[in-house]
Design a protein around this ligand. Structure first.
Ligand SMILES: [Fe+2]
Length: 151
């Protein structure tokens, strides 16, 4: 009862400056917000399973979007370490969520508070420390390209 997860709200500081990424992040924040509402108080385990499942699909789609942008803007070539760290974080998130999903299927769910804390904290940390770096890289490349065009 007392262990209620803080809801996640969109904040200006989450902006990476790349509309495609920011729009998807807003959808994720909204989804986590809704999840915390649905997983407060009494809920059916199938509700949690659906949330985890939907979230995993959307996260995978979102990671693909970002990874395509990395490719398009030469992230690996120019920031090899940041690129690898970024990919590693995407992979470990997906495998943790798959694990949680498997647990649900065999009847050993994680407590809702723990699940929501993990999701909220992961997303915020990842946006602030990892996605924003990618955003800055893309913006710099776009600026470079614009300058070259103007010359
Ligand atoms: Fe990312």
């Amino acid at each position: 009862m007392d262990s209620v997860t803080k809801k996640l709200f969109w904040r200006e500081e989450y902006m990476t400056g790349i509309a495609e990424i920011d729009d998807q992040h807003k959808i994720l924040v909204h989804a986590l917000n809704e999840a915390s509402e649905k997983l407060t108080g009494d809920f059916h385990l199938s509700t949690m399973e659906k949330i985890v499942n939907d979230l995993l699909s959307y996260a995978i789609y979102h990671f693909e979007t970002e990874e395509e942008l990395m490719e398009e803007y030469g992230y690996e070539m120019e920031s090899d370490e940041a690129y690898r760290t970024h990919l590693k974080q995407h992979r470990s998130f997906s495998s943790r969520v798959v694990e949680i999903h498997e647990g649900l299927k065999i009847g050993t769910p994680v407590p809702a508070v723990q699940l929501l804390d993990f999701l909220n904290q992961w997303l915020v940390n990842h946006i602030l420390n990892t996605d924003k770096k990618l955003g800055a890289h893309i913006l710099a490349k776009q600026q470079q390209a614009n300058q070259q065009q103007a010359e």
